[in-house]
Design a protein. Structure first.
Length: 141
């Protein structure tokens, strides 16, 4: 029985280092991508909360109180407001993101359709979240 005691060659070591390096770079890129997606998701949740609060305010106003708001001259709606998305990374406001919230109300057969759009620009481009709701008159379901 003949035993080969040569060990591993320089080529085999270089190939294995290349393969391990390739895998590590890929894993680091996935980690960075996961962090970016986490930040974007956090901003989207904040925007959805702002839009939901606007819809709840309109619902609390009541169906009857919305009609005069739509008939004003100049019209109030669509209403554009500046909003701040607090990243929460530091206590100061230097990391906050300014955005715009547009609220539009249209009359439909069941009542009023409310569309709230929140848009902002962060490190990754322009991002928009849209929420829709219907405020029905008491007689309709």
């Amino acid at each position: 029985m003949k035993i080969n005691k040569r060990g591993i060659t320089l080529i085999e070591v270089l190939v294995s280092i290349f393969i391990v390096s390739f895998m590590l770079v890929g894993m680091m890129r996935l980690y960075a991508l996961g962090q970016i997606q986490s930040v974007i998701t956090k901003h989207k949740i904040m925007a959805i909360n702002l839009a939901q609060a606007e819809i709840e305010n309109l619902k609390n106003t009541g169906y009857e109180a919305i009609t005069p708001l739509l008939s004003t001259s100049p019209p109030i709606y669509p209403l554009t407001q500046t909003v701040i998305i607090d990243t929460g990374e530091i206590a100061a406001t230097t990391d906050d993101i300014n955005g715009a919230m547009v609220t539009d109300i249209s009359s439909i057969s069941e009542g009023y359709k409310v569309i709230v759009t929140v848009s902002w620009t962060d490190y990754y481009g322009v991002i928009t979240e849209v929420l829709e709701s219907i405020i029905a008159s008491r007689g309709t379901v």
